[in-house]
Design a protein around this ligand. Structure first.
Ligand code: A3P
Ligand code: MG
Length: 367
C-alpha cells in the first residue's frame, strides 16, 4: 500500500499570520425536523433568548427523544442542498473541497490535538475533493466513549450528553422574542428534549489557496437573519462546560476553547454562549465569548495551550498538499492515528466514488 504522509510537527513551521482566509458566507441552508425529515430552507432555524437561571439540566432525561445517528448519511443532505442551489442559480457550485464542518474542525485543531485520531474518506469528482467521515470509525469511537469508566460521583456519559441538548432547549425559541408568547418562553423548562431537529448552514469560505464549501449545524441566531444575503449573520453557538475551580480545570477549559473556536470560526459564527454547570448539572452563570477574540484570549491571557494562527497556517498547507495527493480515479482514506503526529492518506478503492457521492448528485452533475 502506498501511504502519503503529512507531518503535523514541528508546529513551529506554521507560525505567523500570513494565510489569507475568506470570510464564510452562507450560500444555502437546510433543516432536519423533529422526525429527522430533510427540508430545504430554514424551517429549523431557532432564535436565542437567555434561559432562566439557575437551570437544572437533568430535568426530563427520562423523556429524552434521542436521535440514533449510527446510520451512514455520507454527504447526502449537503449534496442535495447543492443540487437545489445549482438548479436555482444555474451555476455550478465551484470549490476545491466540499465537506462537513466537522471534518474541517478535525483538521484545523490537529496541531494541538495529537491525542485524538480521525478517519475520513475522500474522492475527487470534477475537480472537487469530497470528504466524508468514515462512519465505522465514528461508531467505534462512540462505543469506546460510552464504555469509559467514569470516576465515582460523576454523571454518566449519556446524562452529560443530555445536558448539552437540554441547555439548547432552554435557550432557544422557534420565533424571534417579540412575537413569542410569554407562556412559551416560560414553558421551555418543561419542553421535551429532541435532538433530531437541526438547522444547517452551507457556507463558502477559503483557507489559503483552497476554496471550501462546508455544511454544518448552527444552534441559533441572536436577532434575525439579515435581509441582505451578503450581510454577516449573527449566529450563536451554545455550549456547556464545567465550572472552573482550579488551574487544572482552567487548562481543560482552554483546550475545549480550541474546539469551540475552530468549529465556530469555520462557519463564521461570531458568538459562543457558554453555560457553566456544576458537577450536578446545574447552570448558574453564562458567559458570552467573541469567537474572533478567543485565540488572543488564550495566547496572551491564558495558558497558551493553542495558537489559532498555527491552526490556520497548518490547515492551509495541509489542504494544498491534500489537493496534490488526491488525484485521478478512486477513493482515499485520510487518517490520523491516536497520539500520532502525522496524517496519512492512502487509496482504498482503485475506481469510483465509493458511497461518498449520492447517486442523485453524480447523476445531476453528469447531465
Ligand atoms: P455541549 O457542547 O454543551 O456539551 P454542539 O454544541 O457541537 O452542537 O453539540 C451539542 C450537544 O451535543 C453537546 O452539548 C453535547 O451534549 C452533545 N454532543 C455533541 N458531540 C458529542 C459527543 N461527541 N459525545 C457526546 N455528546 C456530544
Ligand atoms: Mg452547541
Amino acid at each position: 500500500m502506498n501511504i502519503s504522509t503529512f507531518n503535523i510537527q514541528p508546529t513551529s513551521r506554521f507560525a505567523g499570520s500570513n494565510t489569507t482566509i475568506r470570510r464564510p458566507r452562507e450560500i444555502a441552508c437546510f433543516s432536519y425536523d423533529d422526525q429527522r425529515q430533510f427540508h430545504l430552507g430554514e424551517t429549523s432555524l431557532r432564535y436565542y433568548y437567555p434561559p432562566r437561571l439557575p437551570a437544572d439540566l437533568n430535568r426530563g432525561f427520562d423523556t429524552f427523544q434521542q436521535l440514533d445517528d449510527s446510520a451512514d448519511e455520507h454527504l447526502d443532505a449537503l449534496l442535495q442542498t447543492i443540487i437545489a442551489l445549482e438548479k436555482e442559480t444555474g451555476k455550478k457550485c465551484e470549490a476545491d473541497i466540499i465537506t462537513w464542518r466537522g471534518m474541517m474542525t478535525k483538521i484545523l485543531v490537529a496541531p494541538f490535538d495529537i491525542m485524538n485520531g480521525f478517519e475520513m474518506n475522500a474522492t475527487r469528482f470534477q475537480d472537487t475533493i469530497f470528504i466524508e467521515e468514515n462512519n465505522a470509525y465514528k461508531n467505534e469511537q462512540k462505543i469506546r466513549q460510552r464504555n469509559q469508566r467514569m470516576p465515582p460521583g460523576m454523571a454518566s456519559q449519556d446524562l452529560m450528553a443530555y445536558w448539552g441538548y437540554k441547555f439548547e432547549t432552554l435557550c432557544l425559541l422557534r420565533q424571534p422574542w417579540d412575537p413569542t408568547p410569554r407562556e412559551e418562553i416560560e414553558s421551555r423548562e418543561e419542553q421535551i428534549v429532541n435532538n433530531s431537529s437541526q438547522y444547517c448552514s452551507v457556507v463558502r469560505t477559503g483557507i489559503g489557496s483552497t476554496r471550501i464549501v462546508i455544511g454544518g449545524e448552527v444552534d441559533a441566531v441572536w436577532d434575525c437573519k439579515p435581509d441582505r444575503k451578503e450581510d454577516p449573520i449573527h449566529w450563536v453557538e451554545l455550549k456547556t462546560s464545567a465550572e472552573i475551580h482550579s488551574d487544572r480545570d482552567m487548562l481543560k477549559y482552554e483546550r475545549k476553547l480550541l474546539k469551540f473556536w475552530a468549529q465556530s470560526f469555520l462557519l463564521g459564527v461570531p458568538k459562543i454562549i457558554v453555560g457553566f454547570r456544576d458537577q450536578q448539572g446545574i447552570i448558574r452563570r453564562l458567559e458570552e465569548l467573541e469567537t474572533s477574540s478567543l485565540p488572543v484570549k488564550v495566547k496572551k491571557y491564558g495558558k497558551g495551550v493553542w495558537d489559532g494562527n498555527i491552526c490556520i497556517n497548518f490547515a492551509a498547507a495541509f489542504l494544498e498538499w491534500l489537493r496534490n495527493t488526491i488525484h485521478g480515479d478512486g477513493t482515499w482514506r485520510i487518517r490520523k492515528l491516536e497520539k500520532s503526529p502525522v496524517i496519512e492518506v492512502f487509496k482504498v478503492e482503485e475506481h469510483g466514488f465509493g458511497d461518498i457521492l449520492s447517486p442523485a448528485f453524480s447523476a445531476w452533475r453528469s447531465t
